[in-house]
Design a protein around this ligand. Structure first.
Ligand code: FRU
Length: 484
């Protein structure tokens, strides 16, 4: 059977073989979700980057395609985005058969080795057959580098308010905004990010989009920015800014740093261009540069997060970005267990047994009081989740969750997050485990936590306990069917 190696995700996207990092060029076209990704087909560590390619009609099942973009004499193919040039503004396609246009970063290793600084530039490639075969634009690069070391990850979209193309890229630890009429000639309009947000490392993978505020007619612009290092749990993480954008300048009143996900393993995520029903669908790379190259998998390395829908909410008069798995994931569920009510006295434990919790969803509603969940197996691997209602924190302890010693930072500390945006009396928990990951969503994604785990055997026991009187309502466990 394929996809049966130890730790191989059963319902998350992973490459058939070899190394993968960032999702690239997420675009929906003619009923198909395209997923391109940073790919090195020769090894399970990072190397000369290509763009791998996969497609899906439901965001759950994926079909692998041949490699879309190969490195060439201008460099490795780093991250970037894809748009459909429906008006044929570039002249690269026709109105009848518009070009699928990829704008990405070239990273020139030869010039890096020669000691040059400006090794990264932006370039264009296009496909006239829905992403199967690609031609590189003859006039590459389309945005030259005027002397910056880190200058990459173009995010391109059609701005329906200004009727022009926008491009954001990252330059060191801030972002630049460009405009274009034809996807080829770009004009620098503004810069964003100095003195705001997290700057523990370089900024990477920007993504700017407009979104409605839930239950209102208000619209805001959201900017995702990955930063590495400098995330709350160390290493890589994705922050966001909520503000306004006039096609040239992005402005925000935001003072605090906000994180899209508070787990250790959700990085470089971006959203789909042109997703149906105006939805904002997000996919992130489920790893962290601290140890991405060392995880204990063979044949392949890394997976993507589940595709998630992003919503913007207002909580305590503050804009909060929520993210939770797309609802069609439910189609993969097989019911295993449910119970209307579990009443716990202080320190009392309830244990649920199931032969493979590492391919399941567990959901329930609990009082917004202490709750401790311990996943374990018969070789004493334990993964501990703890909500503390008094301190208002949520923590994940993967220090003894399985194989952790492949890199010191992986199992070093408990990851604790302050959760001030839990303002309800009860909390909805949605917990999804695959063979090497856990994704936790509180209150529909007001908080999300994504972490890799490498248990030596599947977890078979879930122990639930509390320091306080606690009620667990409508608990269900579903098996999640494999997608491969
Ligand atoms: C983010 C990143 C990007 C870059 C790519 C290279 O993980 O560092 O900034 O384009 O990976 O593979």
């Amino acid at each position: 059977r394929i996809y049966a190696e130890p730790f191989r995700p059963q319902f998350h996207f992973s490459p058939e073989k070899k190394w993968m990092n960032d999702p690239n060029g997420l675009v929906f076209y003619k009923g198909i979700y395209h997923l391109f990704y940073q790919y090195y087909p020769e090894d399970i560590v990072w190397g000369p980057m290509h763009w791998g390619h996969a497609t899906s009609t439901d965001l759950i099942h994926w079909k692998h395609h041949k490699i879309a973009l190969f490195p060439d004499k201008l460099g490795y193919i780093f991250s970037g985005s894809v748009v459909i040039d429906v008006n044929n503004s570039s002249g690269l396609g026709t109105l009848k058969n518009p070009a699928m246009v990829a704008i990405f970063t070239y990273h020139n290793m030869d010039s890096e080795k020669a000691g040059k600084i400006n090794t990264q530039s932006q370039a264009l490639a296009y496909s006239l057959d829905e992403g199967e075969t690609w031609s590189k634009y003859q006039g590459n690069p389309i945005i030259a580098n005027l002397g910056l070391k880190d200058f990459r990850d173009p995010n391109v979209f059609w701005n329906t308010e200004t009727n022009t193309w926008n491009l954001l890229l990252v330059a060191g630890d801030y972002a630049q905004v460009y405009t274009s009429e034809n996807l080829i000639n770009w004009k620098l309009e503004s810069e964003f990010g100095k003195g705001i947000g997290a700057h523990g490392g370089v900024w990477e993978c920007p993504n700017l989009f407009k979104i409605k505020v839930e239950n209102s007619n208000e619209e805001k612009w959201v900017l995702l920015i990955s930063v590495n290092p400098g995330a709350p749990n160390g290493g890589s993480g994705t922050q966001y800014f909520v503000g306004d954008f006039d096609g040239k300048n992005f402005k925000t009143n935001q003072k605090d740093t906000k994180w899209l996900d508070n787990g250790a393993d959700n990085y470089a995520g971006i959203t789909y261009n042109d997703a149906p029903e105006n939805k904002r669908i997000f996919i992130g790379w489920m790893s962290n540069w601290l140890y991405a190259r060392n995880t204990p998998t063979k044949n392949w390395r890394s997976a993507m997060t589940l595709p998630r829908e992003i919503l913007l909410s207002k909580i305590n008069n503050n804009y909060i970005l929520k993210n939770a798995p797309v609802s069609q994931l439910k189609l993969q569920f097989e019911h295993h267990f449910s119970k209307d009510l579990i009443v716990l006295k202080p320190k009392q434990k309830t244990t649920l047994n199931y032969d493979n919790l590492n391919q399941s969803q567990i959901q329930f509603r609990a009082d917004a009081k202490n709750l401790k969940l311990v996943f374990s197996n018969d070789v004493n691997d334990t993964l501990v989740l703890n909500y503390d209602g008094k301190q208002k924190t949520f923590s994940i302890d993967r220090r003894h969750s399985g194989i952790v010693n492949f890199e010191p930072s992986f199992g070093k500390s408990i990851h604790t997050t302050a959760t001030p945006n839990i303002i309800s009396e009860t909390i909805d928990y949605q917990i999804i485990l695959d063979w090497s990951s856990i994704e936790i969503f509180l209150n529909g994604g007001v908080y999300s936590f994504t972490e890799q785990i490498f248990p030596e055997k599947p977890y078979t026991k879930l122990t639930i306990q509390s320091d306080e009187n606690q009620e667990i309502k409508n608990i269900s466990i579903y098996k999640i069917k494999g997608i491969w």
